[in-house]
Design a protein around this ligand. Structure first.
Ligand code: SIN
Length: 537
């Protein structure tokens, strides 16, 4: 088995991964493992932008209060303050790296700030509706030319390697990870004294998602298998408006479209949001997603519609070039007709429990970005706070790793060759396809926007059975990317169900008909799954 050594291993190539790699590179050799191509990441698909205070009329305190209010009592206020206060400096750093945020073309050169739900003023820095792509392009350009950073594509992480699992005496630490090198169909080990988990979210756990195919919760599942506490997994954010089209693969229609006046109407052409919340289209995302879900179910329609026909075509084309042209390619001119939209799984507020500096319960392992649960989002995430968290988190994680690095004596740990046992090539790939669909459909139907005890129980039985079957498959057949993703997705599904079952109230993104109200303030709690299965498989 090939073993690669580096000073810092970063698993994941979105904003959190690339940015932490850039900061770490001042202190050693960094290897960034990208599961597919360097540009395949959730960040690359981000449309809305980055929430940060830049307008002199805005205040850090207002951004902090908006975040706390949206998080419904479960944000860690110190973390919220610290991340929001750090935002403006990190935004300036992004600009130095070449990211250009949109500015007004009225000669003032001020930022053209976007409006999104839950924000008390215009606060979103954006690059049209391709903010994520602009950010990733700038970072990849920098990394391409960097001597200290090796970005390797097609590396699918299998599991973290820990000294506990290797039976090495002393405190348990992470010493790297096993990977499937998809380009060579070969399993390798990457050994590093410090690993940063930046694998993003897990939207693919659900049948409908705004996320790319890479979002299969790999980091979450690996961390859980390595025995790390996983926090607040019941809080899955469903984005209210993805394009409803059989070929569009849940193409996101940014909340910024509603921020610029887009109206939601039902199939009869009636606006309905005011019936659910007086803030209308700009009510928080969970409220809008639930209202759409009710409206669809009540009327028996497959979708609702987003109407921007009252806006000028030139404005829509300039402000939302990607949305405008993509909708056009599916036959919809958004300046002439309302477009069909449905909610879809979008973002995980929960994740691997970390402190503000990305430190986890396992020495040698840090986590940042969507995979981590720092306490910023609580029970619901304020729009466009995710890129902010990834940006600030990557910086503070790198600083913390560097500090640990300076204090940690080097100990070379041998990583044993991968044990394939009696595994043979699979001749039953149909099982994977079937189980993949079953997990995602089960999660969509039973663990979606509106939950009940019965639905969760049903989901739990199905996911338990599937987990056993997939584990068996994993042990019997040679490892492939498909089986690894299915194994991870199913583990994340189980974590969501278990967390949802532990919450006997409705709060933020977790809504259940059995406990439709907020719980008593005295019972306010985060959900922690800490059963530490330890080791793998
Ligand atoms: C959007 O553009 O609506 C997504 C922004 C976000 O998820 O924060």
């Amino acid at each position: 088995m090939r073993t690669i050594n580096c000073d810092f291993l970063v698993i994941g190539n979105g904003l959190a991964g690339l940015m932490s790699a850039l900061h770490l590179s001042t202190h050693g050799q960094v290897l960034v493992a990208a599961k597919k191509k360097p540009s395949d990441s959730n960040t690359n698909w981000a449309q809305g932008g980055i929430a940060s205070v830049t307008d002199p009329q805005d205040t850090l305190e207002a951004h902090i209060q908006d975040t706390l209010k949206t998080g419904r009592g479960l944000c860690d206020e110190d973390v919220v303050r610290s991340i929001i206060q750090a935002g403006p400096d990190r935004v300036r750093e992004l600009e130095k790296l070449g990211v250009e945020f949109a500015r007004k073309n009225d000669g003032s050169h001020q930022y053209d700030l976007g409006q999104e739900a839950g924000h008390s003023c215009r606060r979103i820095l954006h690059a049209g509706d391709i903010t994520g792509r602009e950010v990733i392009d700038a970072l990849l350009k920098k990394i391409d030319a960097h001597q200290q950073i090796m970005l390797q594509s097609d590396l699918m992480a299998i599991d973290l390697v820990t000294t506990g699992w290797l039976d090495v005496l002393g405190p348990n630490r992470c010493v790297g990870a096993y990977f499937l090198d998809r380009s060579k169909n070969e399993i390798i080990a990457i050994r590093a004294p410090h690993t940063v988990l930046a694998t993003g979210g897990a939207g693919k756990v659900y049948l409908y998602t705004s996320n790319p195919d890479t979002a299969t919760g790999d980091g979450l599942a690996m961390a859980w298998r390595a025995g790390l506490p996983i926090k607040n997994m019941e809080f899955v954010q469903f984005h209210p408006t993805c394009l409803f089209h059989s070929e569009a693969k849940s193409f996101l229609i940014s909340e910024a479209v509603r921020g610029e006046g887009g109206r939601l109407v039902n199939a009869a052409g009636e606006p309905f949001m005011e019936r659910y919340d007086k803030r209308g289209e700009l009510a928080p995302r969970d409220v809008v997603a639930r209202a759409i879900d009710y409206e669809i179910k009540k009327r028996g329609d497959p979708c609702v519609y987003l109407d921007t026909t009252h806006k000028r075509s030139e404005f829509l084309e300039e402000r939302f070039p990607n949305i405008f042209s993509t909708c056009l390619s599916y036959g919809y001119n958004i300046s002439k007709e309302p477009i069909p939209v449905v909610p879809a799984a979008h973002y995980f507020c929960g994740g691997v429990e970390t402190d503000i500096h990305g430190a986890t319960a396992l020495e040698g392992l840090h986590a940042c970005g969507e995979v981590a649960c720092t306490g910023l989002h609580g029970a619901n995430r304020l729009a466009s706070n995710s890129l902010l968290e990834a940006l600030v988190g990557a910086y503070s994680t790198a600083q913390s790793v560097i500090q640990h690095n300076d204090q940690t004596p080097r100990q070379q740990i041998d990583v044993p060759p991968w044990q394939d046992g009696d595994a043979v090539p699979s001749d039953e790939a149909v099982v994977l396809e079937h189980n993949w669909n079953e997990v995602r459909t089960c999660m969509w139907d039973y663990v979606g926007i509106v939950r009940t005890n019965k639905r969760l129980e049903r989901a739990q039985h199905r996911i338990d059975n599937l987990s056993k079957e997939i584990r068996q498959y994993y042990l019997e057949y040679e490892v492939t990317a498909d089986v690894l993703e299915l194994r991870n997705t199913t583990a994340v599904a189980a974590l969501i169900i278990r967390s949802a079952q532990l919450r006997k109230e409705s709060r933020g993104l977790h809504y259940t008909l059995d406990y439709p109200e907020l719980g008593e303030p005295a019972s306010l709690h985060s959900t922690l799954i800490e059963d530490r299965p330890g080791g793998f498989p």
